[in-house]
Structure formats: structure tokens, C-alpha cells
Design a protein around this ligand. Structure first.
Ligand code: GUN
Length: 195
């Protein structure tokens, strides 16, 4: 799999498939996180989903996506699939991705971004309080999966490709800034335990 093509495709998926769902989800009081599943063979989309914590606080973007995946009548084997998350998965979501059988995941925003740019510090707090781990302290490559950020892929690209990808990345981050502001303005009224 070519890293440049994968980075470009993940940017397409976040912009065109996940973000529109998240804009609707946030308007209904949910958080800004989303996820998608793609085929390794041609990077086509299997499905995209978004956070639905107003229905159930366990429906993080990633877990909600896995739930919908298991509701599909025809489901490709997870060995043939890529898992993509808008934000670095929390410890629950990482475990869910593992239990679902994926050998990989990719993400756009880091845990530190969730805390600093999105004012959602819980993923890092749980990592520290429950597991005693500092940011980045989990094993990004292990016996179950290898994980990487979109930044990792972009950083491996050639200079020209890299600057084009960086520009697209900045535009997507700006769009997420706007949905994040909507979520933050509404969150005092919601019933989510760790809002
Ligand atoms: N990655 C991720 N972190 C979260 N923290 C709270 N909700 C979520 C979510 O849906 N995804």
C-alpha cells in the first residue's frame, strides 16, 4: 500500500464521509469524533460513522462504527480492512478495535489535540489514571495491530505531495475547529458523563 495514496484517501474520507455525519451528530449534542472502515485492496469505503454518546456513552465514534459494521449483512473479514479514526482512539476504542480483529488503525488528530484543541481531556486522563501511562505511552505497534497517524503518512511523502497534503490537512482541521466550537457551546446541557 502506497503511503501517499493512503494519506490522500484518508483525507477524502474524513472530509466527505465522516465530517458531514459529525456535523449532524454535533447539532444533536454529540461529540466531534468519527470513524470509518475502508478496504485495503482499493481503499473504497465500507462505512463511516460518528459519535452518538447522547444515545449511549459507549457509542464513541469508533465503537459506534464497529457496531454498525456488525449490523451489515455482508461483512468483509477484518483482515482485509483499514480502521480510520478522526481522533486517536481512547483506551475503550483501542480495545474494541482489537477485539473486532483489526490489525491496524490510523487517526487524524492526536490525544493531545483532543485535550488541547477540542477541550476533551478524558482520553489522556483515563490513560494516566487507569493505566498509569503518559501521553503516547501505549504500544503503537504490538502483537494485535500497528497504528499510525495521518501525519506519520504525510511526513513520509515527497516534498511536493507533502505540501499539498498539508494544505488539505489544515483546511480539515479548520472545519473541525468550527464543529468543536458548536459542541463546546452546547455541552453544558447534555447528559454525557464525561462531556
Ligand atoms: N477517540 C475518541 N475519543 C473519545 N473521547 C470521548 N468520546 C470519544 C470518541 O468518540 N472517540
Amino acid at each position: 500500500m502506497n503511503d501517499d495514496a493512503l494519506a490522500a484517501r484518508l483525507l477524502d474520507v474524513i472530509e466527505h464521509d465522516i465530517l458531514p455525519l459529525t456535523q449532524k451528530g454535533v447539532a444533536a449534542g454529540n461529540k466531534v469524533f468519527g470513524a470509518a472502515i475502508l478496504r485495503k485492496s482499493d481503499l473504497s469505503l465500507v462505512l463511516a460513522e460518528t459519535n452518538n454518546e447522547t444515545e449511549n456513552p459507549l457509542w464513541h465514534g469508533e465503537v459506534h462504527c464497529l457496531k454498525r459494521f456488525h449490523e451489515l449483512v455482508e461483512r468483509p473479514p477484518t483482515s482485509e480492512l483499514i480502521f480510520f479514526s478522526t481522533h486517536e482512539p481512547c483506551t475503550m476504542c483501542m480495545s474494541a478495535i482489537t477485539w473486532a480483529g483489526f490489525d491496524n488503525f490510523y487517526y487524524f488528530f492526536s490525544h493531545e489535540d483532543s485535550r488541547d484543541a477540542f477541550a476533551i481531556p478524558h482520553d489522556l486522563r483515563i490513560l494516566k489514571e487507569v493505566f498509569g501511562l503518559e501521553p503516547g505511552g501505549y504500544r503503537r505497534k504490538n502483537a494485535f495491530w500497528s497504528s499510525a497517524s495521518v501525519d506519520d503518512l504525510i511526513n513520509k511523502a515527497t516534498k511536493d505531495v507533502r505540501s499539498a497534503l498539508e494544505m488539505r490537512k489544515a483546511a480539515i482541521a479548520a472545519a473541525y475547529g468550527s464543529v468543536s466550537a458548536t459542541y463546546q457551546a452546547s455541552k453544558s446541557g447534555n447528559d454525557i458523563p464525561l462531556a
